[in-house]
Design a binder for this molecule. Structure first.
Ligand code: PRP
Ligand code: URA
Length: 209
C-alpha cells in the first residue's frame, strides 16, 4: 500500500472516535469533522512546494512564502461537503469543484449526477475530498472524471478507508496518494466499512435523526 498515507495524531484519533460513536448527533458530527479536516489538510499539504518572496513586517523586510501551485478542492457530494469547510479554512484561495456521485445500493456502482469543475486545473494540485473510501468505485470514477478534465496531480483525502478501496484506487490510479485518518478492517456485504461510522452523508446531514 505504498500510495496510502495514514495520518496518525492523538487529536484525530480522539475526534474520529466521536464520529464513530452512533450516539453523536449531526450537530456535533459536523464541527468535529471540520476540525479533523483541518488537520487532514495540513498533513496532505506537508510536501507542497513553496515560492519565496519578500514581505515587509512593521520593522523590516524578511523572507516570506506562499504555496507555489494553485489548489483546487473537489468534494464528492454529499458527504464531501462535510470536509470542504475545514479545507477552505486552510486553503482560502482555493477554487472549488463539485462531483455528484451516489452508490447504487444494489450494485454498489457509483452513479454520477453532477460535475462542475474549475477551468485550468491542469497545473493545480487537486484535493479530492470524500470521508469514506469503501469499494473505491466512487473515488476511482471521480479521479477518472478529473483526469478527463486535465487534472495531473490528484490527492485523495478521506477519513476512513477500507483495504478494498485502497487496493482499487492504487490499481486504477497508481499515481494518486490517499491520505486517511484510519484504515479499517473490511467491508460488510452491503459495502459498508467495518467498524466505520455508518453512512457519512446521513451522519453529516442528520438524515435519519
Ligand atoms: C458514500 C461516500 C462515498 C461512497 C464510498 O457516498 O461518501 O462517496 O459512498 O463508497 P464506494 O467507495 O464504495 O464508492 P454515497 O454514495 O452513500 O452518497 P452520499 O454521500 O450522497 O450519501
Ligand atoms: N459510504 C458510507 O457513507 N459509509 C460506508 O461505510 C461506506 C460507504
Amino acid at each position: 500500500m505504498k500510495n496510502f498515507k495514514l495520518i496518525d495524531h492523538p487529536i484525530i484519533k480522539r475526534d474520529l472516535t466521536i464520529l464513530r460513536d452512533k450516539k453523536t448527533p449531526s450537530s456535533q458530527f459536523r464541527p468535529t469533522l471540520r476540525r479533523i479536516s483541518i488537520m487532514l489538510a495540513f498533513e496532505a499539504a506537508r510536501d507542497l512546494k513553496l515560492k519565496e518572496f519578500t514581505v515587509q513586517t512593521p520593522l523590516e523586510k524578511t523572507k516570506g512564502y506562499d504555496l507555489k501551485d494553485n489548489v483546487v478542492l473537489v468534494p464528492v457530494l454529499r458527504a464531501g461537503l462535510g470536509i470542504i469547510g475545514g479545507f477552505l479554512d486552510v486553503f482560502s484561495n482555493a477554487r472549488v469543484g463539485h462531483i455528484g456521485l451516489a452508490r447504487n445500493e444494489q450494485t454498489l456502482e457509483p452513479v454520477d449526477y453532477y460535475f462542475k469543475i474549475p477551468q485550468r486545473i491542469k497545473r493545480s494540485v487537486v484535493f479530492l475530498l470524500d470521508p469514506m473510501l469503501a469499494t473505491g468505485g466512487s473515488g476511482s470514477a471521480a479521479i477518472k472524471f478529473l483526469r478527463q478534465r486535465g487534472a495531473e496531480t490528484v490527492r485523495y483525502v478521506c477519513l476512513v478507508a477500507a483495504p478494498e478501496g485502497v487496493k482499487r484506487i492504487s490499481k486504477d490510479h497508481p499515481d494518486v496518494i490517499i491520505y486517511s485518518a484510519a484504515l479499517d478492517r473490511e467491508l460488510n456485504n452491503k459495502g459498508y466499512i467495518l467498524p466505520g461510522l455508518g453512512d457519512a452523508g446521513d451522519r453529516v446531514f442528520g438524515t435519519n435523526e
